[in-house]
Design a protein around this ligand. Structure first.
Ligand SMILES: [Zn+2]
Length: 323
């Protein structure tokens, strides 16, 4: 565990004996399961009972392979097994890194430096440029698979100790985002699949199921916030980026079986009872701006407003666009 104390030089987490897969995201696969199982203090015990009672598959299946994202995470209705594409996992980590780094470099550090009166927090053009490059890589995985350029781009497997904050913070958000996805699918497994299998359901029912899956997932995760709140930011940011990551697949936010993505985002942020200064508002602004640029939607962030008000102002523009 000497890497924990390292301040200089290369950190490489790969161990061929324990890490399956070919993409650098492989080093976090075990952590995902551990974090999910420990969503809150009683969850491991709850899982043992519910897995049995609801005949949920005990394994979380990763579809390994160097292919584009074939499917976003899902649970099968017959064997109740959750499936995640390895490439989707890579995509999600890249989105976590990019949105966080762009937020830190473009919103958070400049704001803090202005308050202090000098550049206490280092603005780093190269780190920022690479965050944009990594975001481009993430989007490219939706269309075609190419290998992650681990020599030149940030990744969780091999990196410089000097830049560890820009890797290890996103690791924390990523595992919470995965936890949100797994808790969402878990809710489908225990509450919805029987109903779906039993009969014909209208699309409106599916939308209700989706809302309930998001709601229960967030409640499960809120239950896991420690009394000293040491993990609260990770939970909040993981959920925020987890939902933001759904935007970059298409220009439209509406679906027949899912609530509109902007509604899922608003509902989640409100359910988290965020403080007006919580980073999630600014992170959401960055995510929605990247989406607007991607599809040339021309959304305008009002710089005069604080992040929370600017967020609601953006949401209104998305609503008007959909109307
Ligand atoms: Zn769902």
């Amino acid at each position: 565990m000497e890497w924990i104390l390292k301040t200089k030089g290369i950190i490489n987490h790969y161990n061929e004996k324990i890490h399956t897969g070919t993409q650098p995201i492989r080093i976090l696969n075990h952590m995902n399961v551990y974090m999910f199982t420990n969503t809150h203090p009683d969850f491991a015990t709850e899982l043992e009972t519910t897995i049995d009672e609801n005949k949920i598959s005990k394994t979380i299946n990763i579809n390994y392979g160097e292919t584009k994202i074939n499917r976003t995470p899902y649970i099968k209705n017959d064997d109740r097994a959750i499936h995640l594409d390895e490439t989707f996992l890579s995509y999600l980590w890249c989105v976590c890194h990019s949105i966080y780094t762009i937020y830190i470099q473009e919103i958070d550090f400049p704001k803090s430096n202005a308050k202090i009166g000098h550049e206490h927090y280092k603005l780093d053009g190269e780190i920022l440029a690479k965050a944009y490059q990594l975001f481009d890589y993430a989007k490219s995985l939706i269309v075609v698979f190419t290998k992650w350029d681990v020599e030149n781009l940030p990744n969780p497997e091999i990196y410089l100790a000097e830049n560890r904050n820009y890797i290890e913070q996103p690791n924390g958000f990523y595992t919470e985002a995965i936890k949100f996805i797994l808790c969402h699918e878990y809710t489908h497994a225990i509450k919805h699949i029987d109903k779906v299998n039993a009969g014909v359901y209208e699309n409106s029912h599916f939308i209700e199921f989706e809302k309930e899956a998001d709601f229960d997932a967030i409640e499960l995760m809120k239950k896991g916030i420690f009394p000293n709140k040491i993990n609260e930011l990770y939970v909040q940011i993981g959920i925020t980026i987890g939902i933001l990551s759904m935007f970059f697949f298409k220009a439209k936010t509406n679906g027949t079986r899912h609530p509109n993505t902007e509604d899922r985002l608003v509902t989640a942020l409100e359910q988290l009872n965020l403080d007006v200064n919580a980073p999630s508002w600014g992170l959401a602004l960055i995510g929605l701006r990247l989406w607007s640029d991607q599809f040339e939607l021309n959304l305008k962030i009002d710089e005069k407003l604080d992040d929370k008000d600017a967020f609601y102002h953006l949401i209104k523009q998305i609503k008007d666009m959909n109307a």
